[in-house]
Write a protein that binds this ligand. Structure first.
Ligand SMILES: Nc1ncnc2c1ncn2[C@@H]1O[C@H](COP(=O)(O)OP(=O)(O)OP(=O)(O)O)[C@@H](O)[C@H]1O
Ligand SMILES: [Mg+2]
Length: 417
């Protein structure tokens, strides 16, 4: 029985949760907050770990300064800023040391990346002394990548040269100024790269693929039935035919220069005046064979190629020269070698790498001397000494099939070779 002294039954305290579904929402919100806190904590741990590893790695490769102060000798390394981990990958910011340049970090890229547990890294300048170090989990150079079934319709459309260490694609428009030099030892990937370049260009309405090929594989039979075939000379039996053909190309270039419209100093490729790509497959081999036969013939070939290299750019002529080594006397002299704006080196001895790409490439020499087929070192305008993997077309049969399928049929300028 209830009396005045009986304490009243206390109602349990109820929080207003907005009903059963509101309670679920509240629980979800709390869970999300906990998860976010755990994520931030894990991020802080990872960041602290990476900061320590970065410092050790920099000191390990010598990317540091030793500062002598009252407390003794301390090591100063490029300062680790903030870590970013996301679907786009892992990266962090770094403040370079006074006097430092992004290239200082790039010079030790592989060793630093390996110390951090990654396959590679790229350095992107941010502003002032700050750079972003982007890490890659897999090495894009390590795996073969297939050439897409793409062809370009015009000389100014970019063609694919390869894939860089950071996975970015490297392209080059044939119409942009610059001849292309490709060197590499036997079986290093020169032909595969050339198959890819020519297969992409075979259908372009304003490109004519001409040239000289003593092997008769890159040019020649594969091009039968196309408009390009009449402008190609192959085989090593008749070397005079190669010299005569190169002379004809020089004559054609001279005609274009002589008839250049007023107020124009550079011919833009069109269907009527196509860009002439002069492919010189194994050029040192052609020169050697010509020298063995008749020195005058070799001189004739050299001087024609020199003229194409030095004046061709204005007349919409481009040279693609392939050689095992770009030694000056093997390719028509140091002057000829200097005319190439786009330079690719597949596996070559360290000395040959520095010879074509300059002293900056020297540090990569020992590693590049043993690199796999298809991996090349590139110097080109806007591409400062990068390594790339050339696309793989799928062998010689696949190259022939692509040329048969895509090779342009009608001859634009109607010139006979
Ligand atoms: N980009 C690539 N991706 C994968 N494999 C490649 C690539 N390039 C070349 N290879 C492999 O290396 C082999 C030799 O390549 P390629 O014929 O292009 O060499 P090369 O430099 O032209 O040699 P040579 O001086 O004898 O003509 C190819 O048959 C292929 O197996
Ligand atoms: Mg070859």
């Amino acid at each position: 029985m209830a009396t005045d002294h009986t304490p009243a039954m206390r109602e349990p305290v109820r929080w207003y949760t907005g009903g059963p579904s509101g309670a679920r929402r509240l629980i979800n919100r709390l869970r999300a907050r906990v998860a976010e806190q755990q994520r931030l904590e894990a991020h802080r741990f990872l960041e602290a770990d990476m900061r320590g590893l970065w410092r050790e790695a920099c000191a390990g490769v010598g990317l540091c300064q030793y500062v002598d102060n009252a407390a003794g000798m301390t090591v100063r390394t490029p300062r680790f800023g903030g870590l970013r981990v996301g679907p786009a990958g892992t990266s962090f910011t770094v403040e370079l040391m006074p006097g430092g340049e992004p290239a200082d970090v790039e010079a030790h890229a592989l060793r630093l990346a390996h110390s951090l547990g990654f396959a590679g890294l790229r350095v992107a300048p941010l502003g002032g002394r700050w750079v972003r170090v982007v890490l890659f989990e897999v090495d894009p150079l390590a795996s073969t990548f297939a050439l897409p079934h793409d062809v370009v319709g015009r000389a100014d459309a970019p063609i694919l040269l390869g894939r860089r260490e950071d996975g970015a694609l490297v392209e080059h428009a044939l119409a942009s100024p610059g001849h292309i030099a490709v060197q590499g030892q036997n079986g290093s990937g020169k032909s595969q790269l050339s198959y890819g370049l020519l297969a992409q260009l075979a259908a372009a309405a304003d490109v004519l693929i001409s040239g000289s090929d003593i092997t008769g594989l890159l040019l020649g039979r594969a091009w039968d039935g196309t408009a390009h075939r009449a402008h190609q000379v192959t085989g090593s039996k008749d070397l005079t035919a190669h010299a005569a053909h190169l002379d004809r190309l020089v004559g054609w270039m001279d005609d274009r220069l002589d008839t250049m419209p007023p107020r124009i100093d550079n011919i833009a490729p069109t269907v009527q005046t196509p860009l002439v790509l002069v492919v010189l497959e194994e050029f040192p081999g052609l020169l050697r064979a010509a020298q063995a036969k008749d020195r005058k013939l070799a001189e004739r070939i050299t001087s024609a190629v020199l003229r194409l290299l030095s004046e061709g750019r204005k007349a919409a002529f481009r040279v693609l020269m392939l050689a095992q080594r770009f030694e000056a006397n093997a390719v028509g002299g140091g002057y000829a070698r200097d005319q190439f704006a786009v330079r690719l080196s597949f596996r070559v001895p360290a000395e040959s790498l520095a010879m074509l790409h300059g002293d900056d490439a020297r540090r990569l020499g020992p590693e590049h001397a043993n690199t796999e087929p298809g991996i090349a070192y590139l110097s080109a305008p806007g591409q400062d000494c990068v390594r790339l993997r050339a696309p793989y077309l799928g062998g010689y049969g696949a190259y022939c099939d692509r040329i048969t399928r895509h090779g342009r049929r009608e001859d634009t300028e109607g010139r006979a070779a």
